[in-house]
Design a protein around this ligand. Structure first.
Ligand code: CP
Ligand code: NVA
Length: 308
C-alpha cells in the first residue's frame, strides 16, 4: 500500500514519535558529514503552485544529501498551469518519480493527486495544513526541552494552516495548546473537532480563545505566523486591522514562562505579527527551527519509502 503524508494524522502517534527521533539522529549524522546515501537512483518531484524558500531548498538539499535527485516543477511551467487535470498530472508524474511533494491551494487538490499517484505524496503546504512544518516544530520542541511532557504551546494570530497543523500535532503528542485568534479567523472547525477527539487519549489541553493574554499565560512555546497567507493578498488590509491586537511583543511575552522559546514558521514580517525585538531576541529559535526542516523531511521521506 502506498502511504502519503498529507496531514499530521497520516502518521499514527508511535510513527510520529519515531520519525521525530529519527530526524534528530539524522541531524547528528549530517552534522558529522557521515556518508549516508540511501536514495541513490531515487527521484523526488516537487510541484509548487505557490512560492517557497524553505520548503523548496530543504527538500531539494535534503534529498540530494541523501544521494537522490530532484525535479522542481512550477505549476506555471507545466501543463497543470494550462488546465491539465490534477488526476492526469498525478498519473504521469508518479510513473516517472519515486516520491512527490506538492505545495498547493485547496487541500482537496492534494487528496485528488494522492488518489491517482502510484508514488507517495507529501504535503508541502495547502490552505488547510502544513504538516512538514508542524512536525519540524515538534522535533524542535523535543530538541530544546528534551521531551513533550508539561509543555504548553501558545499560538497567537491568524487561525490558518499553521494553527490547524499545530493543533493536530500538539493533540497527538500530549502538548497543551492555546490558540488566540479573532473570532472570524479561527482554525478550521473540523480540525478543532479532530484535535479534541485525539486529545481525549493523550490528555492534551486544547483552548481556543480570542484573548492573547489567556493563551500566553505560562506558555513554554510562543508561536505566530503571518497575518496574510499566500493566496489571501486581497484580504490583507482587513486582516491586518483586525489582527493588530494579536501582535507578539515584549509585553505579551511577559505572561509566558520565563524560559519560553519563540517560534515562527517563516517568512516573518517584523513589527506586524511579531516585534523585531522578539523574533531577533534571545528567546527566538526561528533559524534552528527552519534548519530542522531539512532533517525532519529526510525522516518523513525515509518512512514513506520504507528505508528505515
Ligand atoms: N515555512 C515555510 O514553509 O517556508 P517557505 O514558504 O519559504 O517554504
Ligand atoms: N500561513 C502561511 C505559511 C507560510 C509557510 C501561508 O500559508 O502562506
Amino acid at each position: 500500500m502506498i502511504h502519503h503524508y498529507l496531514s499530521p494524522t497520516d502518521f499514527d502517534i508511535q510513527t510520529t514519535l519515531k520519525v521525530i527521533d529519527f530526524g534528530l539522529q539524522i541531524k547528528e549524522k549530517i552534522k558529522k558529514r557521515q556518508e549516508f546515501k540511501p536514495f541513490k537512483d531515487f527521484i523526488l518531484a516537487m510541484i509548487f503552485e505557490k512560492s517557497s524558500t524553505r520548503t523548496r531548498v530543504s527538500f531539494e538539499a535534503g534529498f540530494k544529501k541523501l544521494g537522490g535527485q530532484t525535479i522542481f516543477l512550477s505549476s506555471k511551467d507545466i501543463q497543470l498551469g494550462r488546465g491539465e487535470t490534477i488526476e492526469d498530472t498525478a498519473k504521469v508524474i508518479s510513473s516517472y518519480c519515486d516520491i512527490i511533494m506538492i505545495r498547493t491551494f485547496e487541500h482537496q487538490r492534494l487528496i485528488d493527486f494522492s488518489l491517482n499517484s502510484s508514488s507517495p505524496v507529501i504535503n508541502g503546504l495547502s490552505d488547510l495544513l502544513h504538516p512538514c512544518q508542524s512536525l519540524t516544530d515538534m522535533l524542535t520542541i523535543k530538541e530544546h526541552f528534551g521531551s513533550f511532557h508539561n509543555i504548553k504551546l501558545a499560538y497567537v494570530g491568524d487561525g490558518n494552516n499553521m494553527a490547524n497543523s499545530l493543533l493536530l500535532h500538539c493533540a497527538m503528542l500530549g502538548i497543551d495548546i492555546s490558540i488566540a485568534c479573532p473570532k472570524d479567523y479561527s482554525p478550521s472547525g473540523l480540525i478543532v473537532k479532530e484535535a479534541i477527539e485525539i486529545s481525549k487519549e493523550t490528555n492534551s489541553n486544547i483552548i481556543i480563545t480570542d484573548d492573547p493574554i489567556e493563551a500566553l499565560s505560562g506558555a513554554n512555546v510562543v508561536y505566530t505566523d503571518v497575518w496574510t497567507s499566500m493566496g489571501q493578498e486581497d484580504q490583507k488590509e482587513k486582516k491586518h486591522s483586525i489582527l493588530k491586537k494579536f501582535q507578539i511583543d515584549q509585553k505579551l511575552c511577559s505572561f509566558a514562562d520565563s524560559n519560553f522559546i519563540f517560534m515562527h514558521c517563516l517568512p516573518a514580517h517584523r513589527n506586524e505579527e511579531v516585534t523585531a525585538d522578539i523574533i531577533d531576541g534571545k528567546h527566538s529559535v526561528v533559524f534552528n527551527q527552519a534548519e530542522n526542516r531539512l532533517y525532519t523531511q529526510m525522516a518523513i521521506i525515509f518512512n514513506l519509502i520504507n528505508k528505515e
